[in-house]
Design a protein. Structure first.
Length: 479
């Protein structure tokens, strides 16, 4: 039995034991009720059979009295004594039954006429003079006697006195103890079988409950062993019942926790890695700052520029950390043509370039217009940084069966193939910078990819015909 201690010191019983205890209680009550009911039915059947037997025997004798013929005279019986002797000679009693004839006045000790049968001396009615006297004197035709030897059920038929003869009575006595003992034996046998069934149920229930609750114990063990450093353990899912659903839900929770902790670690690592350099620069300039006004002004300008860059880095990192939240994007029905045109109007102020609205898809899609605008502006800003004034940058959208694409294409120097796989990672700017040098932290394209994945889509880099780079946001749609 699995018992632990609760926080307040009371024993805590496991779910397995509680289930087994409830099962045993219910089964014990049910089996006990069945045994008691069976015993009651058997006892009632015994009483009913005895009543039928007494009624049958007395009815047969009552019919014999007016119709019986004395075999010696060929006529009616002249005395009650002769009638009882002849009738008893022709009857066969059951093992627990006595057929007796009583003659004499009621209230006095009767003379007994009985069959030649061997009955236990301590229970035979014909030896119990007091009981015979009480039965003979009784005005009832049926009755029950409680004797030290046991219960006795009886019935009698009175015979009136004949000319010169004595009155008599025919008595049927039944000893129900053996019949009741059979019922009691059956009752105790049922109780014994119930006990065996409970023992078997205990073993089977313990094994079955353990098997059913094994995933629950595994969930508890796994939860106890989980740490911030190790969230990789999962529970094997077997079957399609509620326990399997619990394991699946727990595994999904662990997936979310692992992603959350991973995002937290990445955020801390990225912040520590990227903020260390500007902090060093700020501290170095402040330590070397002199009393010359021009020197102080230049130092303040440099420090302010680094602080602004740190602020942008922190904001971008917070944005990427929030990409793991389910509410990072809030889709709504949007006209793709209007969104494309709005983005084109907004990005034309980013630099002196030849801005071209290349194509517009006339279609309604579900997406987050603010996040999608943010991604397109970031791609446009990236194109401006890697082109020179006067070069063409194309903005557009197109729709195909089951998906839509929004793209930004430039005619700059392009991106080397070795950099195409890493430019979407955080703080990765590629091995070769194209165009002019910028002060970005390398988070822009990572933010674009996070927005695309938040829409269950993707962002990819393609070659621009004639030279340059084209960034395409691909989103799956319902139709």
């Amino acid at each position: 039995m699995t018992v632990s201690r609760s926080p307040v010191g009371f024993p805590r019983i496991s779910a397995r034991v509680r289930i087994l205890l409830w099962l045993l209680v219910v089964m014990a009550v049910a089996l006990g009720a069945v045994a008691v009911t069976v015993r009651s039915i058997l006892q009632r059947d015994v009483d009913h059979r005895i009543s039928q037997l007494l009624t049958q025997e007395t009815g047969e004798f009552a019919n014999f009295v007016p119709q019986g013929v004395d075999p010696d005279t060929g006529g009616r019986f002249d005395t009650a004594d002769r009638l009882l002797r002849i009738y008893l000679q022709r009857q066969y009693a059951d093992p627990d039954e006595e057929l007796l004839g009583l003659t004499g006045q009621a209230g006095a000790r009767p003379d007994v006429i009985r069959q030649r049968r061997d009955l236990p001396p301590d229970t035979a009615l014909w030896r119990d003079t007091d009981s015979l006297t009480r039965i003979h004197a009784s005005r009832n035709s049926f009755g029950t006697l409680e004797r030290p030897q046991g219960e006795l059920r009886w019935a009698k038929v009175e015979i009136g006195p004949s000319a010169g003869g004595r009155p008599g009575a025919f008595v049927v006595a039944f000893h129900p103890e053996r019949e009741r003992a059979v019922a009691d034996k059956t009752f105790w046998m049922l109780l014994a079988l119930s006990g065996v069934a409970l023992l078997m149920t205990t073993g089977i229930g313990w094994a079955v409950a353990g098997r059913i609750l094994a995933p629950v114990r595994l969930v508890r063990t796994t939860a106890a062993e989980l740490t911030e450093q190790d969230l990789t353990r999962r529970i094997p899912v077997e079957g399609r019942d509620d326990i399997a659903a619990l394991a699946e839900t727990f595994n999904a929770m662990l997936d979310r926790l692992e992603r959350a902790f991973a995002a937290q670690r990445v955020f801390v690592d990225d912040a520590g890695h990227e903020l260390r350099t500007p902090i060093t620069i700020v501290r170095g300039h402040l330590e070397l700052m002199g009393d010359d006004p021009a020197d102080r002004e230049e130092t303040v300008r440099l420090v302010t520029d680094e602080l602004d860059r740190m602020s942008r880095i922190v904001e971008d990192l917070l944005l990427l950390a929030g990409a793991e939240r389910p509410d990072f994007v809030r889709p709504e029905p949007v006209q793709l043509a209007e969104l494309t045109a709005d983005v084109f109007v907004k990005v034309r102020t980013l630099g002196e370039r030849e801005w071209v609205l290349d194509g517009v898809a006339d279609r309604e899609v579900r997406l987050d217009p603010q996040r999608m605008t943010q991604a397109m502006v970031q791609l446009a800003q990236n194109a401006v940084q890697h082109t020179v004034p006067g070069q063409r940058i194309r903005i557009g959208s197109r729709a195909d069966a089951g998906r839509v694409e929004l793209y930004v294409a430039d005619h700059g120097p392009g991106i080397p193939p070795e950099d195409a796989e890493v430019i979407f990672e955080r703080f990765r700017r590629g091995t070769s910078r194209r165009g002019t040098r910028t002060s970005g932290a390398g988070l822009g394209l990572a933010i674009v990819r996070a927005i695309a994945e938040g829409h269950h889509g993707d962002v990819e880099l393609r070659r621009t015909e004639g030279g340059g780079a084209t960034f395409v946001l691909t989103l799956e749609t319902d139709s």
